[in-house]
Ligand binder design. Sequence first.
Ligand code: ATP
Ligand code: MG
Length: 354
Amino acid sequence: MSDIKTLAIERLNILNPEYRDLIEDIVVANKKIYLSLKTDKSQVDKFTKIKLQIEKELIGIDGIDSVSVSLTSHSDSKKQAADPKNITKGISEVKNIISVASGKGGVGKSTTSINIAIAINKLGFRVGLLDADVYGPSIPKLIGGKQKPKISKTGNILPIKKYDISLMSIGFLVSEDTPMIWRGPMVITAVNQMLNDVEWGELDFLIVDMPPGTGDVQLTMAQKVPMTGAVIISTPQDLALIDARKGIEMFKKVNVPILGIIENMSIFICPHCNKESHIFGFEGAKIEARNKNVDFLGDIPLEIDLRESSDIGRPIMYSKSDSIVSKKFLDIAKSVVNKTMSTSKSKKPNIIIN
Ligand SMILES: Nc1ncnc2c1ncn2[C@@H]1O[C@H](COP(=O)(O)OP(=O)(O)OP(=O)(O)O)[C@@H](O)[C@H]1O
Ligand SMILES: [Mg+2]
């Protein structure tokens, strides 16, 4: 990957030596080049032409399927120097980035993200979790409270470590009272910073807890974050499924492989009489997965224990690892790992976890 980065920078240098100084950020992942250019708002036309010129040039690099150049404009930029040595990205040692998404809000993305992150770690992998929900960050609450990240010697942010997971959320960086009046572009900048200015270190998996919806912000984020694949969460009910479909389409649009669908709140077993109820419908997400020709990764029941453990910041996968729900999360984690290994066409051996 780093060879392609160097090659891309060399090509820009040949195209026009001045372009090299415009590079703010360059990430290569899954045969895609993501490049952000420092631009001047008053010269949009000029920079749009440069963007097209660069995209045309870089798509010619062997082994690259797509190039995405974004134009950014900041008043404060501590990354002025475009020396390739300075393009040390927080995620350069992250092998797989998996986003957990849904079209609809409140269907359990954050709950699933933290428990799957812990489950994948229990399988022996190094795992990080990025809370990309800048408007409504959930991860601080889910891990039992806010902590203040430390700064490394090189001036980068060190992720919070809890439950053996490296974590980052805007909720760790701003006070709860700060109104989240972020406009779209600022959201992307915040996510970029959490990816690039955080020393994630060597990770096998970085799970990204996506914000709800499939608007421009989510779409740009899906383009900006070099994702290996996406996991879609849905409840079985029609309303959630309509939005899940939109989520699938959104990732398809930006060529991010769908690893599969998880059905959350699929069944409720009454703790008093053991009677099964299908509060949000029955097997809707499973049927949808079949219709859309994507894998069904498993189902999670609606369970008081899961909600309570989340509310007190002790994820069930950690606090009650023998519970039925935790076993479900572990099975789903195995499927996610196996799917990732077969999706990312890397030369790594295919890990089969039974
Ligand atoms: N299977 C489940 N059983 C019981 N409660 C659940 C389950 N899944 C999620 N919840 C609860 O539902 C609520 C919403 O879950 P969560 O915050 O994970 O959803 P989300 O999709 O991330 O929401 P948002 O779209 O707002 O980010 C939380 O209170 C959570 O504890
Ligand atoms: Mg959430």
